[in-house]
Ligand binder design. Structure first.
Ligand SMILES: Cc1cc2nc3c(=O)[nH]c(=O)nc-3n(C[C@H](O)[C@H](O)[C@H](O)COP(=O)(O)OP(=O)(O)OC[C@H]3O[C@@H](n4cnc5c(N)ncnc54)[C@H](O)[C@@H]3O)c2cc1C
Length: 391
C-alpha cells in the first residue's frame, strides 16, 4: 500500500476549494436539520445543484469518458462525506444507470441517462421481498407477458428512496416453474405507473425506506433490462458492485472497503469522543486521565483503523462489525449524557455516538447482512465450500 502524500496541482487545489465552497453553499444547516427529521438521505435541491454544476456527470463517467480523474474523484467524495451531505442514494442511481446503459434498449438509455446526470431522474432498487430477501433469487413478484407489455404483481420490502425516484430497478419472476436463477427478468419500472403504491417505513436509526406494492402494473417491453429469464446476469453485475467485488483500481486513491463512507463517519465520531474526554469535567479532572478510558478509547481507535484499511467485501464486514462493537464502548466512555440524541440539550458530542450506535444495526443488514457476507467470504474468497445447514 502506498502511504505517500499526494501533492495537489494548482488546478486540483482550485477544484477542491470550489467544491468546498459549492458544498458549503448548498449543504446548509437547514438541509442537515431536514435530514435529521425525515431521514431521507436525499435532498432534491442539493441533488439538482450537483447535477447542474456537472458533478453528477463527472462522477458517473469514467476518466476515459471525460469523468473525474482519480484525484478529483477522491477530493469530491471526501468533501461530500465531510459535510454529511444527504446523498447516499446516488450510488444506487449511478450503478443502475450503468446497467440500463449496458443491458437496456438504446432508446431507454437515451430516455434515462441524461436525466440521471442532470439530477432530475433518480433510480432505486426493488430486490428484497417481505418473505425474505437474502436469497433474492427466490423472488415471487411476477411479470407476465401481455402482447408488447408486461403485467407485474407482487410486493417489495425496503425499496429505499422510492419516494424520490422516477424508476425502480425491479427483480421479477417470469417463469415460476423454471430453474432457479434462470427464471428472473429485470425491469426499470416507472414509479408513477397505475398500480404502484409506496408506503414509508422508518428504521431504527431514523432513516426512511419503503414497502412498495405492485398491482397489475403494466410496463412496455422497452423497460425490460437484459434478456427474458436472463435477469440473473444483470443482477450479478449490480450485486458485485454493491458487494465490492469489482476490479480494484491500483492508484491507491479509491475507498478501500465497500461502504467505506460509513467508516469515515465512524472515524469522525471516534475523534469527537476523543476530543470530549480530553476536556476537564465539573470536578476539573479529564476522563482521559482514567486508565480504563485510555485503554478502551485506544482499543476503539485501533479497531477502527484496522477496519478502514480492510479491502473490498472483507472491509464491508469489518466496518459494520467494528461500528457495532465500538459504539457501545464510546457511549459508555462518555457517560449517560451520550444516550441523548442530536439537537437535545445536554447530549454528549451532540448525539453523534448515539446515532452511530443506532446506525450500526441496519448497516450490517442493507446491501446484504454480515452473516451472508461472511458466508460469501468463506465460500468464494477462502474457497471453503458451500455452507451446510443439515444435521
Ligand atoms: C435500511 C435498509 C435499507 C434497505 N434498502 C434496500 C433497497 O433499497 N432495495 C432492496 O431491494 N433491499 C433493501 N434492503 C434490504 C436488505 O438488502 C435486506 O434486508 C437484506 O438483504 C436481508 O434480507 P431480509 O431482510 O429479507 O432478511 P432474511 O434474508 O430473511 O434474513 C434473516 C436473518 O437470517 C440470516 N440469514 C439469511 N440467509 C442466511 C444465510 N445464507 N446464511 C446465514 N445467515 C443467513 C440473515 O443474516 C438475517 O439475520 C434494505 C434493508 C434495510 C434494513
Amino acid at each position: 500500500m502506498d502511504f505517500s502524500h499526494v501533492e495537489l496541482s494548482a488546478e486540483d487545489q482550485a477544484f477542491r476549494d470550489d467544491t468546498r465552497a459549492f458544498i458549503a453553499k448548498h449543504v446548509t444547516d437547514d438541509v442537515l436539520h431536514r435530514q435529521l427529521e425525515f431521514g431521507e438521505n436525499f435532498d432534491e435541491r442539493v441533488h439538482l445543484a450537483l447535477g447542474e454544476a456537472g458533478y453528477l456527470a463527472s462522477d458517473w463517467k469514467l476518466e476515459s469518458e471525460g469523468g473525474f480523474s482519480p484525484v478529483r474523484r477522491r477530493i469530491f467524495h471526501l468533501e461530500i462525506a465531510r459535510a454529511h451531505t444527504p446523498w447516499y442514494h446516488w450510488g444506487t442511481t449511478s450503478v443502475v444507470a450503468r446497467l440500463v446503459w449496458q443491458f437496456g434498449a438504446p432508446e431507454l438509455a437515451d430516455k434515462v441517462v441524461p436525466g440521471v446526470l442532470s439530477g432530475e431522474i433518480r433510480l432505486c432498487l426493488g430486490y428484497t421481498e417481505p418473505e425474505g430477501g437474502s436469497d433474492v433469487a427466490t423472488c415471487k413478484t411476477r411479470a407476465v407477458r401481455d402482447g408488447d407489455a408486461w403485467v407485474i404483481n407482487g410486493s417489495k420490502m425496503f425499496t429505499s428512496n422510492a419516494q424520490n425516484a422516477r424508476y425502480v430497478f425491479l427483480l421479477t419472476n417470469t417463469d415460476p416453474q423454471g430453474p432457479k436463477h434462470r427464471n428472473l427478468t429485470m425491469f426499470l419500472v416507472p414509479l408513477d405507473s397505475p398500480g404502484v403504491e409506496i408506503q414509508g417505513i422508518r428504521t431504527l436509526d431514523g432513516d426512511r425506506t419503503n414497502i412498495v406494492y405492485y398491482s397489475d402494473v403494466r410496463v412496455d417491453d422497452l423497460y425490460r433490462i437484459g434478456e427474458v429469464n436472463g435477469g440473473w446476469t444483470v443482477m450479478r453485475a449490480a450485486l458485485d458492485s454493491e458487494h465490492g467485488i469489482v476490479n480494484p483500481e491500483d492508484h491507491g486513491l479509491q475507498y478501500i472497503a465497500a461502504m467505506a463512507a460509513h467508516g469515515d463517519l465512524m472515524a469522525e465520531v471516534v475523534d469527537a469522543v476523543a476530543a470530549a474526554v480530553a476536556q476537564p469535567g465539573a470536578d476539573g479532572r479529564r476522563p482521559l486521565d482514567d486508565d480504563s478510558v485510555k485503554y478502551r478509547l485506544g482499543r476503539d481507535v485501533a479497531r477502527m483503523e484496522a477496519a478502514l484499511s480492510t479491502p473490498g467485501m472483507f472491509g464491508r464486514v469489518a466496518v459494520a462489525q467494528t461500528m457495532r462493537d465500538v459504539t457501545p464502548d464510546l457511549m459508555d466512555i462518555l457517560g449517560t449524557a451520550s444516550a441523548l440524541p442530536t439537537e437535545t440539550p445536554g447530549s454528549a458530542t451532540d448525539g453523534a455516538a448515539e446515532h452511530l450506535y443506532r446506525l450500526a444495526l441496519p448497516l450490517g443488514i442493507y446491501g446484504g447482512t454480515l452473516e451472508v457476507f461472511r458466508n460469501m467470504i468463506a465460500q468464494h474468497q477462502l474457497k471453503l465450500g458451500r455452507p451446510s445447514y443439515g444435521g
